[in-house]
Design a protein around this ligand. Sequence first.
Ligand code: ZN
Length: 344
Amino acid sequence: MDETAYFRGIPKAELHLHLDGSVRPRTVFEVAKQTGVPLPVQDAASLTDFLEATDRTASLVEYITFFELPIAIMQTVPALERVTYELCEDLAKDNVRYAEIRYGPWLHVQHGLSLTDVIRAVLSGWGRGKRDFGLEGGIIVTALRDMPPAQNMALAQVAGRFVDEGVIGFDLAGDEAGHPPILHEDAFRIARSLGLNITIHAGEAAGAESVRQAISMGAVRLGHGVRAQEDQEVIAMIKESSVQLDMAPTSNAQTKAVRRLEEHPLRRFYQQGIKVTISTDSRTVSQTTLANEYEKSARLIGCSVDEIWAMNLQALDGGFADQVTRARLRHEFASAEAALRRSS
Ligand SMILES: [Zn+2]
């Protein structure tokens, strides 16, 4: 079987995807020119040095710096709509049929937009993109670890008003060191009470303890969870509570949650019976696609094609959007995959 063609060809589901980490470099350049955002270089080609992490990226803190420029241009309604719509197009090209896109609305209020304006703009781009490119899924609103807890509580309240309009989850992200999830417990209580599904970034830059806290706060899915491997008790807790880990191999190596891709625990966790899924995290910052992440998971982490297909279906099963849609997609995925296997 031609694995590259197979991973490109199968319909896919992606759960862990940052909007601001997935903006096309050309769009950053064009919107910056239109709106007067200062650029570090004056040609679009050299801009990628400021938007893309590499193997030499030292940590999560350095990885996060590659989001600064995209965030600077995502401060108007047209820009937010545009980047969301374009991401939908990029997902469709990667044969992603189910996607959950996340972003932190507080990062987009620097030029006077309200949280409501920001959420509406992204939902508008998502609505158009979803229709034009045949996607299903929804939007996850991300709270930020280094924000005062009261601001994340306010964000949860606003996000909760959009539960029927495509906002399906509430997340916590940002620099883990010194910002334990438990500080934001109240925001997550509000989000849950308003019907938002909970996912939290944990076990990426901080150790297993952050995973323990995230689960205690009602997270049914964790962003990454790589460092859960440091504590067998936490591994047992993940299994027992049936929490799913949405991992992103390239990004996990770039943030140094793992030293090398070859050491990534994805396959080990899968074999231990933990629910794991594969995502890109950030298509531009990590210069990747989901097909590429699947291929790396096979070639460098040692997953079999069948294991990767099972993780893909797990992403669909563990998605936050409505169950009927996910059940329909499961059928479509199965017949498309069977057809692809027959032809290869
Ligand atoms: Zn993430």
